[in-house]
Design a protein around this ligand. Structure first.
Ligand code: NAD
Length: 354
């Protein structure tokens, strides 16, 4: 029997959007004979409430032996006052670390029908189809740090091995897409960036000679992402630069509710989740946009199940629903009627051509 997909529905709108993603996966599985099985486990606030820990041992064990993990979202004001070491996000960070998920992939594709939802001018958005690959387990967020009353420091550290593996993941992706890769660093100032650029140049040159390679300084990249977003294919960068650039890139699409993500390691189970949080302001009202969750399910099919055709069918069905004018409240223009989370999920299923 196949290993299960572990579903961590989480908190707030997490269970609402995860339910639609699972519905889509179940439909795809039945129609394409994928034999997907689902197992539900606790993470975040829901786990704190039930067993007193944001990442229970049983959840971690289930995730380690899964085909893939699907996450809704964790957190919310209910757990704002719990001790820092058991906050809901600690569960998610612990899970990413325990699974060695070093590459965070965030695809950003603009949908012509939704151009009005982006703060950028429409002509800049034509043909935007980018994947930002962010290194997720190294850099300044994990280096040595200290502070006194009057001083503080954080250390950015990278090894050649850490840079090589994320550059390889990004390059493999670029080779399967339009063959273009942009590596982003701060080569003119930082030693870690000089190591990054040397290593990236070597990996791309020796292992992926057919790729068109560009190197950009992070400050220039932040500007080019807005001035010429359609030129980029795959962008790869270190942890903090990626944290900032991925949020900037998400605005090209318009709403937080639209975008998916995948976090991948070295062959173990990947973790798939929409980029948004638990949206406590709209939770429990069937008002969340499930696009990011459903598109994360498509990434799961592509990267953890080798089911490229099924993944594309899901992405095409989401596009079709949006093209047909189906809108949740966050993306409905003034005067346009909006559907709920469940109805949007149904609209995607109705448009699945499998
Ligand atoms: P958020 O992403 O939850 O919400 C930001 C805004 O976007 C809100 O107005 C919300 O209504 C809207 N929004 C988010 N998702 C939406 C969707 N699917 N459809 C329609 N609108 C949507 O960010 P926040 O308010 O800063 O955080 C809320 C909680 O989520 C916090 O506890 C935070 O720690 C947590 N969080 C969790 C994750 C995660 O689980 N990976 C990520 C970010 C934030």
């Amino acid at each position: 029997m196949s290993r299960p997909i572990v579903v961590l529905a989480g908190d707030g709108v997490g269970p609402e959007v995860a339910a639609q993603a699972v519905r889509v996966l179940e439909t795809v599985s039945a129609r394409a004979n994928l034999d997907l099985r689902f197992e539900h486990a606790l993470l975040g606030g829901a786990a704190i409430d039930t067993v007193g820990s944001p990442l229970p041992d049983e959840t971690l064990a289930a995730c380690k032996s899964a085909t893939a993990i699907f996450l809704g979202a964790v957190g919310g004001p209910k757990w704002d006052t719990v001790a820092p070491e058991i906050r809901p996000e600690v569960g998610l960070l612990g899970l990413r670390k325990a699974l060695g998920l070093f590459a965070n992939l965030r695809p950003v594709k603009t949908i012509p029908a939704l151009a009005a939802a982006s703060p950028l001018k429409n002509e800049k958005l034509d043909g935007v189809d980018i994947v930002v690959v962010r290194e997720l387990t190294g850099g300044i967020y994990f280096g040595q740090r200290a502070r006194s009353e009057t001083e503080a420091f954080d250390t950015c550290e990278y090894t050649v091995g850490e840079i090589e593996r994320v550059c390889r993941t990004a390059a493999e992706l670029a080779a399967a897409r339009r063959g273009r890769i942009t590596s982003i660093d701060k080569f003119n100032v930082l030693d870690t960036s000089r190591l990054w650029r040397e290593t990236a140049t070597r990996v791309f040159g020796s292992e992926f000679p057919d790729l068109e390679v560009e190197h950009l300084l992070v400050d220039a990249a932040a500007m080019h992402l807005l001035s010429r977003p359609a030129d980029f294919d795959v962008m790869v960068t270190e942890n903090m630069f990626g944290d900032i650039l991925t949020d900037e890139a998400s605005m090209l699409a318009g709403s937080m509710g639209l975008l998916p993500s995948a976090s991948l390691g070295d062959g173990g189970p990947g973790l798939y989740e929409p980029i948004h949080g638990s949206a406590p302001d709209i939770a429990g009202r069937d008002a969340a946009n499930p696009c990011g969750a459903i598109l994360s399910a498509a990434l799961l099919l592509r990267h953890s199940c080798g089911a490229d055709e099924a993944a594309l069918a899901v992405e095409t069905a989401v596009d079709a629903a949006l093209r047909d004018g189906i809108r949740t409240r966050d993306i409905a223009a003034a005067g346009e009627s909006a559907v709920g989370t469940i109805e949007f999920g149904q609209a995607v299923i109705e448009r699945l051509s499998l």
